[in-house]
Design a binder for this molecule. Structure first.
Ligand SMILES: [Fe+2]
Length: 367
């Protein structure tokens, strides 16, 4: 090893050996020369594991001509960036623009002038090198940006979960409610045939459904018995308050969270709150999250009740089909029963960090 860079490789394509010898004589000292006597061979060498850095290509060849070789090189992702210089007798060139349209870098006419050949080859190799360096940099920057975006996305999701949990802590024993209800909602949404992007958005938006409870007094949230009518009116405000907290965001998850906060207590028959919306007036997302939220409330301990059995909870959901809940959503809920039970089991208690759990169940459900 003398420390010099390895020689760059040129592929010379010509059906006449004497022409190859001429180019080899001019360039062989500075570059490694590979040779092809026809188009097929040229394509094979160009597409090999060690492709040339530049191709000197004759136009008039029996069989596949130089134009066709160039066209095929340019339509193949692996070879399209290798610079091609046409080397041909002047009277053979039917139309110089044809070669450039096919993506050739340059033309050299025979009989070739050694200094011109050396200069053109050098120039196009330098340009090719520059492009490769730039492309490498673009790839590197793109990867960095993608990583930065992921970090920001994870940080915002983590913030959303922590804020949601802050509201939830006021009235839940464990805070795992938001994980269960959001994952129940995801399982139902999948069965309803919603796309993966929406499903992912639900996973991150549903935890915000009760964020308005941050403004609900503890004496009401934590009251062990039934709420009186005045207290109930205050309790109901958490839906509108949640909407107010989340309104006006540019972020998709938060916008979805706003819709969920505003509509998760609406009922199919119009008897819900805050607006008394009916049937499909209630956004689908609100109808889906309603069932995830209620099923978790039924099967969990609350200040005013012990957890209901699975059977009793299922019966209440069934009875609510067409009154409290959208019938299609209830059907999807029971179709998703296996996943629902897995989620219920998985979030019994909290050990891992919220985000890890979220990531874990997401992967689990995708398997
Ligand atoms: Fe709520």
């Amino acid at each position: 090893m003398d420390g010099r860079l390895p020689k760059q490789t040129l592929l010379v394509v010509d059906d006449t050996p004497v022409n190859i010898d001429v180019l080899d004589g001019i360039l062989g000292k500075d570059y490694k020369i590979k040779v092809a006597l026809n188009g097929e061979k040229a394509l094979k060498i160009a597409g090999s594991e060690n492709p040339p850095d530049l191709i000197l290509l004759d136009i008039m060849m029996p069989g596949m001509d130089g134009y066709e070789v160039c066209r095929r090189l340019k339509e193949n992702d692996a070879t399209k960036k290798i610079p091609v210089i046409f080397v041909t007798a002047k009277d053979e060139v039917e139309d110089e623009t044809k070669g450039f349209k096919l993506g050739a870098a340059d033309y050299i006419t025979k009989p070739v002038s050694p200094p011109i050949v050396r200069e053109r080859v050098k120039t196009h190799l330098a340009l090719y090198d520059q492009n490769r360096v730039l492309e490498g940099k673009v790839r590197e920057r793109t990867a960095q940006l993608r990583k930065a975006f992921e970090t920001i996305k994870n940080a915002s999701l983590d913030t959303i979960l922590r804020l949601s949990r802050a509201a939830e802590y006021k009235d839940e024993d464990t805070g795992a409610h938001i994980l269960r209800m959001s994952n129940y909602s995801v399982a139902v949404a999948r069965k309803m045939g919603l796309g993966e992007k929406t499903v992912e958005a639900i996973l991150y938006a549903a935890p915000m459904h009760d964020i308005g409870k941050i403004g609900t007094p503890d004496r009401i949230l934590l009251k062990p018995g039934k709420l009186d009518p005045d207290e109930w009116e205050i309790m109901k405000k958490h839906a509108t308050n949640g909407g107010r907290i989340l309104v006006g965001s540019d972020a998709g998850f938060i916008k979805l969270g706003e819709v969920i906060a505003l509509t998760h207590h609406e009922k199919w028959d119009g008897s819900g709150y805050p607006k008394g919306l009916k049937g499909t007036q209630i956004p689908l997302i609100g109808r889906i999250v309603a069932i995830g939220d209620v099923f978790d409330a039924l099967t969990s301990k609350r200040p005013y009740k012990e957890p209901f059995s699975l059977k009793k909870s299922y019966n209440i959901i069934r009875e609510g089909r067409g009154s409290h809940f959208d019938p299609d959503v209830v059907d999807a809920f029971f179709e998703a029963e296996d996943e629902i039970l897995k989620i219920k089991e998985r979030y019994k208690d909290e050990g891992e960090s919220l985000l890890l759990q979220m990531a874990g169940i997401d992967r689990g459900l995708n398997m």
